[in-house]
Ligand binder design. Structure first.
Ligand code: G3I
Ligand code: 9MR
Ligand code: ZN
Length: 509
């Protein structure tokens, strides 16, 4: 029997639901800091059978008085939690500061709470299959590995720009470093573009290195071939960023707009070039089966950045034909960014996107399970990204309509990540009561202690690494998680897993 709650707490006005694995009594007590019972609420009589448990719920939304509490049911207690105005503020700051520690190519200082180290990967990279050397220093390491890949970089940047956009009015302190931090990545992305507009898919060593610090990975850096997925994502992000930075640094914004147009022109004259790891390269593939969604995203962003009709026409044509039954915010499938950003288009394109987004939000609502998330049967590698992504779509639907069902569901995605899940972890390192201590993150492994502010990938039902295969045989989907640094398919960390959580918290703040 366990009582699952958001371990970072709740704001006074939030819907608050405890999820119980078992039901030893029919009521739940709310106990305050002095040990006094301040409220008794009923536990649902009916259970949902999910992931090996009979799961019940208890609504304690009536608790609105700021303070510290625990929930009690029979002899069982929850972790202590708070009711306060800004329960996620320090977590948000740490999630953004994580990106600083992913920086490649400069000395890192310890002040923001992570691991300092000298500049890494400072040499030139060789273009695969040639002797040509290119200077592509900078940017963020992708994850627990030190590769730098355009496709996931684009997802990260798009999320962060949405986070900023969604928070323009509320102004949350954790986000203030974003323009500076994003620029570090954008400057690197600009270096990854060839003169003809095409964008290299990635720069990594040939193989993943051992568990060493970044500056200790000294094998040759290789630039992998141009792909149209990378080029489409690049065009979209540069156009989006050119609007974002227009009022901050006009010259930088103009450079990005020019790069976006050059990438779009490359796409316009080029058929699909879908990436596969070439012979000898075994780092992250970030492969794809279509570049249609990346092209659509690029059309929309160029239309918004330039106001030119040819892009708006291309966007409308692509919108009319693309499958609008889902709106993923993935690294491979970027349709969701098109749906969200397309809301700003005028006329038919804008209304198609509104219909699209709300249709998807309704289908998410219809799938929500006893833990508040939409995935039940199988959870993919990086499922906490998918949970956060769903939260972003739901938050956007709430912003469009003011319908509280969307907002409550968006909040549930956050509660799941921060403790209301089958394994009871708060999945952000350094936060919560039951913490992730052994992420697949090389600097944490080397230092023997986890760097704070990193979102673990979370349960993945496919058992796709040796540690998962050893420890998780027969585990239900939602419990296919192990806090072991060997389990890269359940417990790695990643820039594009932090970024949708940043966007979700920003949207809810
Ligand atoms: O596309 C198929 C889909 O058709 C099928 O239904 C589904 C069923 O499992 O699988 C889908 O493929 C999955 C793919 O992601 C796309 O979602 C693969 O099984 C799954 O193994 C794959 O996982 C990716 C993993 O790399 C392995 O390629 C993760 O999404 C991705 O986040 C992860 O990224 C790694 C980089 O390669 C290296 N850097 C670290 C980073 C994070 O772990
Ligand atoms: O560290 C790598 C991680 O970023 C990847 O997501 C993962 C799967 O591609 O691979 C990790 O590297 C391991 C490699 O695949 C196999 N040898 C051990 C490496 C470190 O655990
Ligand atoms: Zn590096």
């Amino acid at each position: 029997m366990n009582i699952r709650i958001n371990q970072l707490g709740y704001t006074p006005s939030m819907r608050k639901t405890a999820v119980l694995q078992g039901r030893p009594a029919d009521t739940l007590q709310v106990v305050d800091g002095s040990g006094e019972i301040v409220m008794t609420v009923p536990i649902s009589p009916d259970s949902a059978q999910i992931w090996g448990d009979d799961v019940y719920s208890a609504d304690f939304s009536a608790l609105t008085q700021p303070g510290f509490y625990v929930l009690r049911c029979g002899d069982i207690a929850s972790w202590p939690f708070s009711i306060e105005e800004r329960p996620y503020a320090s977590c948000l700051t740490a999630l953004v500061d994580m990106l600083y520690y992913q920086r490649c190519g400069e000395d890192l200082r310890p002040e923001l709470g992570g691991f300092a180290h000298p500049a890494c990967h400072t040499g030139p990279a060789r273009v695969y299959g040639t002797q040509e050397l290119v200077e592509v220093t900078g940017g963020w390491h992708d994850a627990g590995d030190f590769g730098r890949y355009i496709v996931p970089a684009a997802k990260t940047i798009a999320d962060l720009m949405l986070a900023w956009q969604w928070n323009k009015d509320a102004f949350v302190p954790g986000l203030t470093r974003l323009p500076e931090e994003m620029r570090y990545e954008l400057e690197w992305m600009l270096k990854m573009q060839r003169a003809d507009g095409g964008v290299y898919h990635k720069v990594t060593c040939a193989l993943f290195c051992d568990m060493v610090m970044p500056h200790e990975e000294t094998a040759e850096l290789i630039l992998c071939p141009v792909s149209t997925t990378a080029t489409g994502d690049f065009a979209a992000c540069m156009a989006m960023a050119s609007r974002f930075y227009a009022g901050i640094d006009a010259a930088f914004a103009a450079r990005m707009k020019e790069a976006a147009v050059r990438a779009w022109n490359f796409l316009d004259r080029t058929g699909p070039m879908l990436f596969k790891n070439p012979e000898g390269i075994r780092t992250g593939e970030y492969d794809d089966v279509t570049d249609e969604d990346e092209r659509l995203f690029a059309h929309i962003e160029l239309a918004l950045a330039t106001g030119e009709e040819k892009y708006a026409d291309a966007a409308l044509r692509a919108l009319e034909t693309i499958d609008r039954s889902a709106a993923p915010l993935g690294w491979a499938d970027v349709r969701g960014y098109a749906a969200i950003e397309g809301l700003a288009l005028t006329g038919k394109a804008g209304s198609l996107c509104r219909e699209w987004l709300l249709g998807v939000a309704d289908s998410l609502l219809a799938r929500i399970n006893a833990y508040g998330i939409t995935m039940t049967e199988s959870l993919p590698w990086g499922s906490n990204m998918d949970v956060s992504n769903d939260g972003m779509i739901l938050a956007q639907a709430y912003a469009l309509t003011g319908d509280m069902r969307y907002r409550i569901a968006a909040e549930q995605q956050l509660h799941y990540i921060l403790g209301v899940n089958a394994v009871g972890y708060c999945f952000v390192t350094g936060f919560g009561s039951k913490r992730v201590l052994h992420p697949h993150h090389r600097a944490s492994v080397v230092n023997g202690t986890p760097q704070p502010g990193m979102l673990s990938g979370g349960p993945a039902s496919g058992l796709m690494d040796p540690a998962a295969q050893e420890h998780l045989q027969g585990a239900p989907a939602g419990k296919s998680f192990i806090d072991d640094h060997g389990s890269y398919s359940t417990n790695e960390i990643c820039i594009y897993w932090n970024s949708p959580l940043i966007a979700l918290i920003a949207a809810l703040s």
